[in-house]
Design a protein around this ligand. Sequence first.
Ligand code: HSE
Length: 368
Amino acid sequence: MQIGLLGYGTVGKAFFALCEEQSSLTIKTLLTRRPRNVDCAEASDFADILNDPSIDIVVEAIGGIHPAYEYISSALRAKKHVVTANKAVVCAYYGELVRLAAENGVCLRCTAAAGGGIPWLSSLGRVARMDRITALEGILNGTTNYILSEMTARYAEYNDLLREAQQLGYAEADPTDDVEGYDARRKLVLSVNLAFDGLLNEQDIPCVGISRVTAGDVAWARERGLVWKLIACAERKGDAVGAFVCPTLFPVTTPESQTNGSANLVSLYAERIGKQSFSGAGAGGWPTASNVLTDCLEIAGGAPSFYSDRPAAPLSVDNGEGVKTWLFRSYGRYTVREETAADAFEAYRAVLEVDPRALIAHLPYGML
Ligand code: HSE
């Protein structure tokens, strides 16, 4: 199959190199703003790829919402398969893009959009076909996991570690998306849409990132045998979903605590098969590009139009049930409260008004 590759950044470049080893896939044209001197045609106008009938798959590796959305939707309309690692665009236009792929009899694959190199979305699709998934939970952002685990191991400063994560190619173009939890939230939305056959609105999910976690918080947790992780979780509740992204404290002996660097660890819970966990490199050029390559190979092997072809209905967020344990830190003082996630996030918003550096964390084991 012939590929039109959009973008030659961290992921595009690694994908280009991986493709050179594949006999069934050829990159015919690369869309790039400046000459790259690579061994294929180079174009600066997407129309050269769109109007080329010999191109079967468009691989979108430019990121961002526009013009990625226009490129992806016009490629699907032109009956070209699309593979992307771009969670922002698939998350924002999920229903429309999945429908376009089905209507045009082509595939839309985005395995690399959640979990980097882990086959997470493709596994969710597989399990959703045979069982009822009831909950999802895990570490879905490599940048914040790198920062938090290095803060724990090296007592290093947050800002230095963010720079390191950027240099290692983990961070998004705008690292706010990583550190404020928006990237993890988008991956959660994609996962929920697929696992629960629905359409969840990104902005409805409470989201707290790690930018307020201090070296003092890390030391406080260590003294108690706890480790900070940024967790995205969702639970099916009838037609609604309980969901949030929030720093969470885990005992040092748990698999989450031992997931370090840019690794991700994410689990699904289903009625008959129980819990399944997936772990591995959650960010970086090679892992992400290998999932892009796997998607292309699956398409070449006749994959269905999307991971799930079941109809998607809107899903609302409801965090009002089930009391959990929460840690609040404001003006250097730590307090623990037992309440629903809805009440905890409302209380946190009020706390932030008096102390903008205040922090909330989930304590999943009801400890302290
Ligand atoms: N910025 C993302 C992360 C890249 O750190 O996980 C992979 O999606």
